[in-house]
Design a protein around this ligand. Structure first.
Ligand code: SAM
Length: 290
């Protein structure tokens, strides 16, 4: 087990490198020694796998991934951590650290260039919370050749992501994630497992990427515009939500809902994936007739 979760070791590293935590970069480092081995085990780190990590910090999860996977590429934004990572991960010949912003880098090229000789590719990360939704969406939408995405996020975000589509807890992110993958709640992590402790509980989730989306939505652009329009006014009836942003006219909304056998007074949060896909196809048919 890596000693990088040891508070004394972290303090020593911080002191020697003149490092202090940046709240803005979501820097809460794991100090609970049981979390990273569990995450690595459940997050697709296996002997023939390549693992992409986002935000390695001082490398506590990276070390556990490196012990189990063929190759690990870790993307870290904070330049102050690059010399720290050279020191803490120096013993691993299968780790590459890339200095950059995971939201701006071409992750497809990184995967292609680094994991060509790997049997599978997984993403595993204790995410800075401010990039939770954009990074998950970027990973899913770009159809990267990855098997799974295992991330630690705030428990509230994990609950929303893993809620059944068609329940009150679900949202646009839930729908998108269920379109591209099968999400699983793995385990919770208490605030005391981090240094400094965040105000909220965290949870680790894994999204198993589907080889092909499981639903025929007609046109993905139309589907996601519909989902965004519906959830941006989630308490309104679908007729009102789909028309208020100018997405559909009242006549089109009525026709599309009728064709999909959905009541005009229904709310988007009550529709499961089959009904959402059916409504999207019905809107596409109207568009095709224009
Ligand atoms: N993996 C370490 C751990 O579990 O202790 C650190 C996790 S900490 C929650 C998030 C890390 O992501 C920090 O090291 C932070 O500097 C880094 N980070 C923040 N924004 C980033 C971005 N846009 N791209 C890459 N790394 C980022």
């Amino acid at each position: 087990m890596s000693s990088l979760s040891d508070i004394g070791t972290i303090r020593d590293i911080m002191q020697r490198h003149g490092f202090s935590f940046s709240k803005g970069l979501g820097q809460n480092f794991l100090v609970n020694p049981s979390v990273c081995p569990r995450m690595a085990e459940m997050g697709g780190a296996k002997p023939d796998a390549g693992v992409l990590e986002i935000g390695p910090g001082i490398g506590v999860l990276t070390a556990e991934l490196a012990c189990r996977a063929k190759k690990v590429v870790a993307v870290e934004l904070d330049d102050r951590l690059i010399p720290v990572l050279s020191e803490t991960l120096g013993q691993f010949s299968n780790v590459k650290v890339i200095h950059g912003d995971a939201l701006r880098l071409d992750l497809a090229s990184i995967i292609r260039e680094n994991f060509a000789d790997c049997g599978s590719v997984a993403v595993c990360a204790n995410l800075p919370y401010y990039i939770t939704s954009p990074i998950i969406m970027a990973l899913l939408e770009s159809r990267l050749p990855i098997e799974s995405v295992t991330v630690m996020v705030q428990k509230e975000a994990a609950d929303r992501i893993c809620a059944p589509v068609g329940s009150r807890e679900s949202g646009a992110l839930t729908v998108a994630i269920n379109y591209y993958s099968e999400p699983h709640m793995l385990f919770r992590v208490s605030p005391g497992s981090f240094m400094p402790p965040p105000k909220v509980t965290s949870a680790v989730i894994r999204m198993d990427i589907l080889p092909e989306p499981a639903y025929d939505v007609g046109d993905e652009k139309v589907f996601f515009r519909m989902v965004r329009a519906g959830f941006s006014q989630r308490r309104k009836t679908l007729t009102n939500a789909l028309t208020s942003g100018g997405f559909l006219t009242r006549e089109e909304a009525a026709q599309a809902l009728a064709n999909a056998s959905i009541a005009p007074s229904a709310r988007i949060e009550a529709l499961n994936m089959d009904l959402l896909a059916s409504l999207s196809r019905s809107i596409c048919q109207l568009n095709n007739k224009k």
